[in-house]
Every structure is written in structure tokens, then in C-alpha cells.
Design a protein around this ligand. Structure first.
Ligand SMILES: *Cc1c(COP(=O)(O)O)cnc(C)c1O
Length: 355
């Protein structure tokens, strides 16, 4: 850090992304990427003429991509905002609607929320999860500030019913409720159905998990036209060409291949069921996940030890230091083969622990 950096920024604790080892020597189950490739049309298009067009700026209004998403969700194009990853959409959202009255979010959720709050100097109300790591929606009603959730939540994979989100939105119509649906395509229930009756609701999605495009950096929001206009106001004050040409083309082609999308989501959910059962048979507690990861703990090995042992055996998972969840590890659902290996290595680790 230099002596020139603004004091407020020097105090920020930046987000720590999951490890991205270069050269694939690991079975990588630590950052919730898909084991499957993007839709075939995406791969084809990126080898083609769009690359030659890189000399030109991308469309600042992202019209083709926005139109495809609007059609997909049955909303107007003015109800869609695309960002450079959903992280960018979230950062605009925190700034837009959390600055005046503050923001509330669960103590255990996506690790970026507290960083955004710090970055913009927001007053943050952090609400502890229940003993069973679920969210009690009643605690988010009428708070007089912006409310942010991931649903399904991360890293638990647990969901909140849409009816509860509706009550929260109705309880405080003067503040925005943001639902981060990064994982909703793996069996969750979307809050999109509430958009018409809740002017203060915004749903954020990403192409990183269920559309196999984490490296392309593409996310979006769906909301009423007024909230989307707010996000555009920030984007056009910050980075008008926020989504590059190749990514916006890839995004549109992905949205247009519904079969590929559905089949990849189905495979992940089926593998999740098999992995969950396998770990439970070995005595693990595995939360009921509706995401592309599971959150699991063993009575025989601690979370950190299990993480380290798996790493020694060539498998990367994610362990969080937060003491409330220190016994758990978060395991991304990979291919059937990868998860079979995970189960075998886990069996070995349990045996070694018995001594
Ligand atoms: C992965 C994730 C994001 C970030 O997605 P990007 O589109 O890759 O920026 C946002 N929210 C949650 C809950 C996530 O798990």
C-alpha cells in the first residue's frame, strides 16, 4: 500500500477469491464452476468473425444480448441490465440503493457483500443465520434499509421460499430488496415471479455457474424499469462498455440454447444427489443443497483437516475460517467421475483418521 492511498480505502479488507491454480493438476471443486463446456454455438462463434471485430467498441446498450434475455424471461428490454460478472451488477446495486440508509445481509453468505459495503462506506446491519444455518425471513422485514440475500444461499445451499421474499419486499416498499440468484438454476425457486407486484425487488443472475461461462464474466439483473435505469446511470458514469464483444455474443448464444443449458443443470443435480448420498453413508452431515455445491461436515475429521487432506490427494475444495462454519467444507459438484474420486479419497481420509 502506498502512502498516497485514501485512508478509507486502506482500511478495506478485499475479497479473497477461491484458489485458481494454473496448470490443471487438481480436481477443482473449490469455486463452483461447471465441469461442462459452454453451449456448442458459443465455442464455434468465438473462433469466428467476432474476433475480427475486436477493433470496434462493444455495443454500450448490449442490445442483442439484452433482447435475448428479455425474451427468455418474458420481460421488456428495459427490465434487463448486464454487467461484467454479476459482481459488477452487485457493486452498482450496493452503491445505488445502500448509500443513503444502509444495507442488511446475513452474517454467512456471499463473501463479497461485506466488501461492497465497506468499499462504499455503507452502514451494514449483519444478521446472524439461525442455529441450523437457515435464514429467518422475519428478521429482514421492515428494516428501513436495502436488503440483500443469496437464494439459494452460499455457502449453505439452503433456500428461502419466494413467499417469504414477497413479505420482506412488501414490509418496506421504500427500500430495495435484492435477491442474488447465482445458484437458482440448480433447483431453487426464482423471485422473478414477484417483479410485477414488487417495484422494489431486483433479481441478479450470473452466467458463471449454470451457463458454464465463469471466465467470460457476465451477469445481469432483472427488475422494474426504474431500478434498471438507476443501474444504467451508474454504468454510464463508470464504464459504458462494461461487457466486451466476445462475452456478449457468447451470452446471447448461450441463452438461445435452452437444451444444452437444461441438460447441464440436470446432470449437476443428479451428480449432487449421488455425492450427497455417498457422503451421508460415510457419516457426513450434508445440508440440503439446491446449488451446484454441497456444504458438508464429518464427525470424524475437522473442516480444515479434511480440506488439507483432500488437497494433498489432488482435490481442491473450499474451507471458510469463520468459526460458525469451520467444521464444514464447500464442495463444488464436478463431473460424475470427479465426484467418484472425491468419495474414494474421502474414504481413505476417514480410514487414516481412525488410525
Ligand atoms: C459466484 C457468485 C457471484 C459472482 O458471480 P460472477 O457473475 O462470476 O461475478 C455472485 N453471487 C453469488 C452468491 C455467487 O456465488
Amino acid at each position: 500500500m502506498s502512502r498516497f492511498l485514501a485512508k478509507r480505502l486502506g482500511a478495506i479488507e478485499p475479497y479473497t477469491p477461491g484458489e485458481q491454480p494454473q496448470g490443471m493438476t487438481f480436481i477443482k471443486l473449490n469455486t463452483n464452476e461447471s465441469p461442462y463446456p459452454p453451449a456448442p454455438a458459443v465455442l464455434q462463434a468465438l473462433n469466428g468473425e467476432e474476433a475480427a471485430k475486436l477493433r470496434l467498441y462493444s455495443d454500450p446498450d448490449l442490445r442483442e444480448l439484452t433482447a435475448a434475455l428479455a425474451k427468455y424471461h418474458g420481460v421488456s428490454e428495459k427490465q434487463i441490465f448486464c454487467g461484467n460478472g454479476s459482481d459488477e451488477v452487485l457493486t452498482f446495486a450496493f452503491q445505488a440503493w445502500g448509500t443513503d440508509d444502509g444495507v442488511a445481509y446475513p452474517d454467512i453468505s456471499y463473501g463479497f457483500y461485506p466488501v461492497f459495503a465497506q468499499y462504499y462506506g455503507l452502514d451494514a446491519k449483519v444478521i446472524p443465520l439461525e442455529e441450523d444455518l437457515s435464514i429467518d425471513p422475519a428478521k429482514y422485514e421492515g428494516l428501513g434499509r436495502m436488503v440483500v440475500f443469496a437464494n439459494p444461499n452460499a455457502p449453505t445451499g439452503l433456500t428461502m421460499p419466494v413467499e417469504a421474499i414477497r413479505k420482506i419486499a412488501k414490509s418496506d416498499p421504500d427500500h430495495v430488496v435484492l435477491v442474488d440468484e447465482a445458484y437458482v438454476d440448480f433447483g431453487g425457486e426464482s423471485a422473478l415471479s414477484l417483479l410485477e407486484e414488487c417495484e422494489n425487488l431486483i433479481v441478479v443472475r450470473t452466467f458463471s455457474k449454470s451457463r458454464q461461462m465463469a471466465g467470460a464474466r457476465l451477469g445481469y439483473a432483472v427488475a422494474g424499469e426504474a431500478l434498471i435505469a438507476d443501474l444504467n446511470r451508474l454504468k454510464f458514469s463508470f464504464n459504458p462498455y462494461n461487457v466486451n464483444r466476445l462475452t456478449s455474443l457468447a451470452g446471447r448464444l448461450s441463452v438461445e440454447d435452452e437444451d444444452w443449458f437444461q441438460s447441464c443443470c440436470r446432470k449437476v443435480m443428479a451428480t449432487r444427489a449421488v455425492t450427497t448420498e455417498g457422503l451421508r453413508e460415510m457419516g457426513f452431515t450434508v445440508l440440503e443443497s439446491r446449488a451446484n455445491f454441497i456444504f458438508a461436515k464429518s464427525p470424524a475429521v475437522g473442516g480444515e483437516e479434511y480440506y488439507k487432506k483432500l488437497r494433498e490427494k489432488g482435490i481442491l475444495v473450499r474451507h471458510f475460517k469463520n468459526p460458525r462454519i469451520g467444521d464444514f467444507v464447500r464442495i463444488t459438484i464436478g463431473s460424475d467421475e470427479e465426484m467418484q474420486t472425491l468419495l474414494e479419497k474421502t474414504k481413505e481420509i476417514l480410514k487414516e483418521a481412525e488410525g
